[in-house]
Design a protein around this ligand. Structure first.
Ligand code: FES
Length: 148
């Protein structure tokens, strides 16, 4: 394994073991539930907005290492971001984990640690579960969202 891949894996394992922004956000004004039907793992994303900015974001749920680390790094990345930035970031992240070349990959920051997911197509749903759930929360959807 290359040094870079080892570093990426360490970051993922660290976020799985010590997820950031984990827990219920009582003052959330948006929330949604998501699940990966392939494994049954579930996640809830909570968001508190201040005008068009994500002031606070948390998640809760049980999932595999990739889904937990992805949710954790997603919340770290999006805290303080404007709503306009969310769509392009999700698109760039999806391109990364599905192995598409994307000029915006440079803008992904720590999300780049999921680069290796593209070699394991079944894991794409794990990596994107939190993002699909986030999108549902922002769209104020009340039906539980699925990665299918
Ligand atoms: Fe369930 Fe990854 S195995 S989300």
């Amino acid at each position: 394994m290359s040094e870079l891949n080892e570093l990426y894996q360490e970051v993922i394992l660290d976020h799985n073991k010590n997820p950031r922004n984990y827990g219920v956000l009582e003052q959330a004004d948006r929330r949604a539930e998501g699940n990966n039907p392939l494994c049954g793992d579930r996640i809830t994303v909570f968001i508190k907005l201040r005008e068009d900015t994500i002031e606070e974001i948390r998640f809760q749920g049980a999932g595999c290492a990739i889904s937990t680390a992805s949710a954790s790094i997603m919340t770290e990345t999006l805290k303080g971001k404007s709503l306009d930035e969310v769509g392009p970031l999700f698109q760039a992240f999806r391109d990364l984990v599905t192995g598409k070349e994307t000029p915006s990959a440079d803008s992904l920051g720590k999300l780049a640690v999921f680069h290796g997911v593209s070699e394991f197509p079944i894991r794409v749903k794990c990596a994107t579960l939190a993002w699909h759930t986030l999108q549902a929360a922002l769209q104020q959807r009340t039906d539980p969202v699925s990665t299918e």
